[in-house]
Design a protein around this ligand. Structure first.
Ligand code: ATP
Length: 491
């Protein structure tokens, strides 16, 4: 049994087990320290990755309220149960009811040792509720049947090329996607779509699926997220059906895998994915993948897989500019002629909700739904009132103090280290990261930033910014740290 955190607070029955360890090794009851250390760090790493996905999918508010407070309490290596600890009974029930399945799937995808999760409240570890064995989770719609049945692509009917509005930020990706969907063999393969969250990767993938199916009705199209790929692969292996799984994938004429960044660190899955990609490409079949970062920034991914993924076309989608945001809103509204939304409301939404297109679309939908339910006219005032959360998040100005606080929390440093003269790398590097973030996230000048970091000279800040830029290109761990911090600060 592995106690990951909070070891002193959870039940005594755990401490009586043979192998108990905390992540910092303060509690070690058996000799196999290296192995336990390894498991503990795997669990912590997996949790970091799961959290970044959940933060993105659930939004900062829900994430901050319900998921962030979760601690990894302990892991039972014998039965694969991971206990998550919540601050209260109420929180434990809430998270269990709403997110148990999602958390279980995510855990299974990111750490194959975890087979079930249970929830406990801080005060009452005795009232642990066993939630779900992973094996109890029904297969998703369209996944493999045990005897090698088909993967049915579950494509969103709304995500077509017709519904995709092009602008300078996405036109390359749109053209590439259209080529990939044409009957004629594309000049590149695979297609790697890359953008930050909510900029249209999934939309383009679904659009390729629809168009290719229309173009070649007999073609076999397979679409799934990387997380799903891992889950299907692991459960096929458990059922001794790995061969069927492999065969089903290799029959694809078009294989599309979304959110490929989640395939990190799972060697057998990566191997399988690599072989599948190799096999498909060598037979002239099409492969499309999407990720929130470029191939070289995929952490923990085998070099051979990286070079396979990079050898076709890597198409970047930049953040949508104002004109594209305006065009997307107008396009959505053109399909709803009964909705009375004036140009100044569209302009207001397009200007203010600038972070990602999912928020923009969500904001419009919320406004329309509210107006319909209450009969109130859609005005800027109504938008201000109803979309206050999104709007204030978009308008929020990030301060250097906030950056310093977040960086210190992230690297577990004392806040004073941001101004201290200490040069040890463990302190200097986070300080340089904070200076870099201050430069890219605030309008402050180099001298102003220097003053906020213990009165440092502007040349020190310039050096820090250049260094972090350079390190991000060379060191995936550093790049991931910066990405996590950017996300945390932007949310
Ligand atoms: N160019 C576009 N035209 C019309 N709608 C768009 C466009 N780009 C994105 N959208 C819409 O914005 C929403 C978010 O897009 P999508 O889910 O494709 O983003 P994503 O890049 O895959 O995000 P994530 O990385 O979070 O999965 C979707 O509803 C999509 O239909």
């Amino acid at each position: 049994m592995l106690v990951v955190q909070e070891s002193e607070k959870v039940g005594a029955h755990i401490a009586s087990e043979a192998a108990t360890v905390s992540v910092d090794n303060s509690v070690v009851n058996n000799g196999n320290l290296a192995k336990q250390d390894d498991v503990a760090s795997q669990l912590t790493d997996a949790w970091k990755t799961i959290c970044s996905g959940l933060r993105r999918d659930l939004g900062a508010q829900i994430f901050g309220q319900w998921i962030k407070p979760i601690k990894l309490a302990r892991f039972d290596a014998d039965n694969g149960d991971l206990q998550l600890l919540l601050p209260s009974e109420f929180a434990a029930n809430w998270v269990r009811e709403r997110y148990a399945e999602r958390l279980t799937l995510a855990w299974k995808a990111h750490c194959s040792d975890v087979r079930s999760i249970s929830f406990a409240a801080k005060a009452g570890a005795a009232r642990i509720a066993q939630v779900k064995q992973v094996s109890d989770i029904p297969p998703l719609h369209g996944s493999t049947a045990p005897n090698g049945g088909k993967f049915q692509p579950d494509l969103d009917p709304r995500m077509t090329f017709d519904e995709f509005i092009a602008g300078p930020s996405n036109v390359l990706a749109q053209n590439a996607a259209q080529r990939m969907a044409a009957a004629e063999k594309p000049l590149f393969n695979p297609l790697y779509l890359q953008s930050s969250t909510g900029q249209g990767k999934t939309h383009l993938i679904h659009a390729i699926g629809h168009a290719y199916q229309a173009e070649c009705p007999a073609a076999r199209v397979i679409y799934m997220s990387a997380e799903r790929f891992m889950i299907e692969f692991v459960s096929a292996m458990r059922r001794n059906e790995a061969m069927e799984f492999k065969a089903a994938l290799r029959e694809a004429d078009l294989l599309m895998i979304d959110d490929i960044q989640f395939i990190v660190g799972k060697n057998s899955t990566q191997e399988e994915f690599l072989h599948t990609v190799d096999s498909l490409i060598s037979r002239g079949k099409r492969v499309v993948v999407a990720a929130d970062r470029p191939p070289q920034a995929l952490d923990g991914v085998d070099q051979r897989l990286l070079s396979r993924l990079s050898m076709g076309l890597v198409a970047d989608i930049q953040s949508a500019d104002l004109e594209l945001r305006r065009d997307i809103l107008n396009h959505r509204l053109s399909s709803m002629p009964h909705q009375q939304v004036s140009e100044d409301v569209v302009e207001f939404l397009a200007r203010t909700i600038s972070r990602n297109l999912r928020e923009l679309e969500g904001g419009l939908n919320k406004l329309l739904a509210y107006a319909q339910l209450t009969g109130r006219p859609i005005t800027k005032e109504l938008a201000e009132e109803q979309l206050s959360d999104i709007l204030s998040a978009c308008r929020r100005r990030i301060t250097i103090d906030e950056i310093q606080r977040t960086v210190c929390e992230y690297y577990r440093l004392d806040r004073n280290e941001m101004s201290s003269k200490r040069r040890a790398r463990a302190v200097a590097r986070p300080r340089q990261v904070a200076m870099y973030l201050a430069k890219v996230m605030t309008p402050r000048s180099y001298p102003e930033i220097g003053r906020k970091f213990g009165g440092r000279d502007h040349s020190t800040v310039i050096h820090a910014v250049k260094l972090v830029e350079q390190l991000r290109g060379e060191d995936t761990e550093m790049d991931n740290d910066v990405r996590m911090l950017l996300r945390q600060l932007e949310s």
